[in-house]
Design a binder for this molecule. Structure first.
Ligand SMILES: CC(C)(COP(=O)(O)OP(=O)(O)OC[C@H]1O[C@@H](n2cnc3c(N)ncnc32)[C@H](O)[C@@H]1OP(=O)(O)O)[C@@H](O)C(=O)NCCC(=O)NCCS
Length: 150
């Protein structure tokens, strides 16, 4: 999360949201709302030239472990490929963050490889697993959630 730009103050949070929703932003973000309160985010950062998107997500700590991120990721991935018209989605996660890989697989992503020693974190080189999902890949058999555009 700190690599997303560390949100600590209300002003940081407002900047974070503005970066996501600015008219020129490549980010197409969907919030996961719990009775209108922000719980998490699933976002596709679009590369129009390649009709592809970088797929990323987070869930606030008190709402984790309920399957919400998996459901939201499966829903947004289907939307991105079937409605938004992208042809490839890709993501990556550190191997010491296996929950993220579980979410990717549940959202229909296929593991494509490992970038060895990708990041230097606290003096340790950390491998990163990479995943992709093409429009032609099967949809994930996971419960979808309703999407509301605003
Ligand atoms: C990763 C993250 C999004 C998970 O959110 P979550 O809402 O808890 O995810 P879900 O509840 O939908 O599912 C997580 C799955 O991973 C599994 N999981 C959790 N820890 C695991 C572990 N150590 N090993 C294997 N699987 C694990 C869970 O058991 C769950 O599967 P289950 O429902 O079959 O039990 C959340 O921890 C987070 O926001 N982390 C910080 C940001 C981040 O890492 N984002 C991803 C960047 S690549």
């Amino acid at each position: 999360m700190t690599r997303q730009g560390g949100v600590v103050t209300l002003a940081d949070a407002e900047n974070y949201v503005h970066r996501l929703i600015a008219p020129s932003s490549p980010h197409e973000a969907w919030t996961v709302a719990d009775n209108d309160v922000l719980a998490g985010l699933v976002c596709v950062t679009v590369d129009e030239e390649n009709k592809s998107g970088w797929f990323w997500y987070w869930m606030t700590d008190t709402a984790r472990g309920r399957g919400w991120t998996s459901q939201a990721a499966a829903t947004v991935a289907d939307w991105a490929l079937n409605t938004r018209g992208l042809e490839r989605l890709e993501l990556a996660h550190r191997v010491n963050n296996p929950a993220s890989g579980a979410i990717a697989r549940r959202a229909g992503f296929v593991r494509e490889g490992t970038e060895r020693g990708k990041f230097l974190i606290s003096g340790q080189r950390i491998d990163v697993d990479t995943y992709g999902r093409l429009g032609s890949d099967p949809s994930a058999p996971f419960e979808r959630v309703p999407m509301a555009d605003s």
